[in-house]
Design a protein around this ligand. Structure first.
Ligand SMILES: CCCCCC/C=C\CCCCCCCC(=O)NCCO
Length: 590
């Protein structure tokens, strides 16, 4: 009987097998699509919820300042003071921390309407200011009452550090990171969190959570990145001291694009426990945090305060090197190397002129300036930098971004990483042919990832050899410092960064070498500079894009230079920056 039933059933099933198979496949497919759509809906919902929360926090602050804020006149008076003036008035009690904070909050909200640099205000700022006003003058810290803006990836208790990735949303920190703790102890008031590019590995300041940030000097252009929100808030004078981070130029590019100063310290001198960095465990080229400000004086004062026993005790991995006054205060004449082109993407005329101005100013100051040539900038960029920073074959990126809304500025990278490796290799040669440039293709191959531990060791060895060769050339010329462009171009149009990544050789060099490097604004692009773009080369695809984006609408954009010193001589970089700034500010006879 049982046999009969089984026979009948199996006959029935084999007659209808095709039908059942398609039913099963169809159901599984539908379930997968439903799951995918559900997850997608969840991600979008999460982003919208965060956006709503940020909007609400901004609105609440605006309402409170509308009721109880300073007059327009006071806002301008306070926010246009230099750090030195503000610091002195706060120390003496001529200004209250609460009033200074309200002035900067008001200005930041106003400027944010056009620039969108603000992720959200830090709501605890007012309570900190109220407490600081109770501190007697003889107990005030060196940053007493100074409001500071902070890049979104800094660890702050109660806030998420997302780097523009929804995966990191609603995971607030339980404690402040080291730098925020130190800055608060010194009397500073973190008052606003600022925008970043998605992933923080490009200089287009845009992400699906907080949107796009604009340049304070030209709204059709970006502020650079990844500390782009910092560039925009400082460049619009809505903050006078900010903090960012840099593994390939993220402090220096936005400073240059927005006309402010910064210091990228030697990595390690400020530790690694203050920010979220999406590249973890990679130790060949590492990120460092650093300050951004309106002038070099501020940077010097802040670093003097920060390099303190408090920081060294908090993080024992930091070499306990207090601020080196011998280097910073010295007026000895120096031997400074310079180059206007690193030999890869040529500088536009405004950048070249800016470098000449810096060279002449440093000569007037009594220094000896000697030409310097960067060894193998192409290999440094597409083999050493890309091989180290993107050398996991994109695993980190894909794991962070495969289930996220991807910003158009990094979409191409995600497509490339998802492409099968055996096709990506031949494609890389086609890319080089199209670009008429070996670099982009080699960069793609470096980004495929090391295949073995010995490959990784080999890369580490190549980086070591490059460092030794650079140091040999430095010593051969007897240099104390180098002055050079920050990028071969100035602020880029919104959406153009993906075509201009080759410009990052000028900054990534000093991350690969781990030399401290700071930026000082020296001039602005003129109509004559723009006209001279007629002579700009157009052989490679990158050069063609530079011509396209920099032949018009660049007049008035800021130009900075980089000042570089040997590792752990950060104060030397600051000293050259200070000399340059003072000399350029001097009135000159025609
Ligand atoms: C996500 C797109 C990357 C494509 C690969 C391009 C390679 C190099 C371009 C480097 C551009 C500089 C980016 C600056 C990154 C940085 O410093 N981030 C700071 C993190 O704390």
């Amino acid at each position: 009987m049982l046999n009969k039933i089984i026979e009948t059933l199996s006959a029935y099933c084999s007659e209808n097998a095709g039908h059942y198979a398609s039913l099963v496949v169809g159901t599984i497919g539908a379930l997968c699509i439903a799951k995918y759509l559900w997850k997608w809906r969840g991600i979008k919902e999460k982003i919208r919820y965060k956006q709503g929360k940020c909007r609400k926090a901004i609105q609440n602050l605006q309402e409170s300042l509308d009721k109880n804020g300073p007059s327009e006149n006071d806002v301008e008076l306070i926010t246009s003071l230099s750090f030195e003036e503000l610091h002195s008035k706060l120390q003496k009690g001529e200004l209250k921390a609460v009033d200074v904070l309200k002035a900067f909050q008001t200005k930041a909200l106003k400027k944010n309407e056009d620039l969108n640099f603000m992720v959200e205000p830090i709501t605890e700022a007012m309570a900190i200011a109220v407490d600081l006003d109770k501190v007697p003058p003889n107990k005030r810290g060196p940053l007493h009452g100074i409001p500071i803006s902070v890049k979104e990836n800094y660890y702050i208790k109660g806030y998420d550090s997302t780097g523009g990735l929804s995966n990191f949303l609603f995971k607030p920190r339980s404690e402040d990171g080291h730098m925020i703790t130190v800055l608060k102890e010194l009397g500073a008031i973190p008052f606003v969190r600022t925008n970043i590019p998605q992933s923080m590995m490009t200089f287009e300041c845009s992400n699906p959570i907080y949107g796009t940030t604009f340049n304070p000097h030209n709204l059709t252009r970006g502020p650079g990145g990844s500390s782009g929100g910092e560039g925009a808030i400082l460049g619009s004078e809505a903050s006078l001291l900010g903090w960012g981070s840099d593994i390939g130029g993220s402090l220096r590019i936005p400073s240059h694009f927005c006309g402010v100063c910064c210091l990228k310290p030697t990595a390690g001198r400020l530790g690694f426990q203050s920010t979220e960095e999406l590249v973890r465990g990679q130790t060949l080229v590492v990120a460092t945090i650093g300050p951004m400000a309106r002038d070099v004086y501020t940077l010097g004062k802040v670093m003097e305060a920060v390099w303190s026993s408090m920081l060294f005790q908090m993080d024992t991995s930091i070499p306990p090197l207090p601020f080196n006054h011998e280097l910073y205060d010295s007026s000895d004449s120096l031997c400074i190397g310079y180059y206007d082109s690193d030999g890869y993407v040529p500088p536009i005329p405004g950048v070249k002129r800016g470098l000449n101005l810096a060279v002449e100013a440093l000569r007037r100051k009594g220094h000896t300036l000697v030409p310097f040539e960067v060894p193998d900038p192409r290999g440094m960029f597409c083999k050493l930098f890309a091989g180290a920073v993107f050398g996991d074959g994109g695993k980190n990126f894909i794991s962070q971004l495969s289930e996220d809304v991807v910003d158009s500025s990094i979409q191409m990278l995600i497509y490339a990483y998802k492409f099968p490796n055996f096709l990506l290799r031949p494609l890389s040669y086609i890319v080089s042919l199209v670009h008429k440039d070996e670099v982009p293709g080699q960069q793609m191959r470096s980004m495929l990832g090391g295949e073995s531990i010995s490959g990784w060791w080999e890369l580490a060895h190549e980086i070591q050899k490059y460092k030794l060769e650079f140091e040999r050339l430095w010593k051969e010329k007897g240099l104390d410092a180098i002055v050079c462009p920050v990028m071969p171009f100035v602020a880029s149009p919104i959406g153009a960064v993906k075509f201009l990544l080759g410009g990052a050789t000028y900054t990534t060099l000093y991350n690969v070498l781990n030399y401290p490097a700071g930026c000082v604004p020296v001039t602005r692009v003129t109509a004559i500079d723009e006209k001279e773009m007629e002579n700009y080369p157009s052989t490679t695809l990158t050069e063609k894009f530079v011509r396209k984006y920099y032949s018009s609408e660049t007049t008035g954009l800021p130009v900075s230079v980089q000042c570089v010193a040997l590792p752990f001589r950060d104060e030397m970089a600051l000293r050259v920056m200070r000399d340059l700034e003072t000399e350029l500010k001097k009135p000159r006879r025609k």
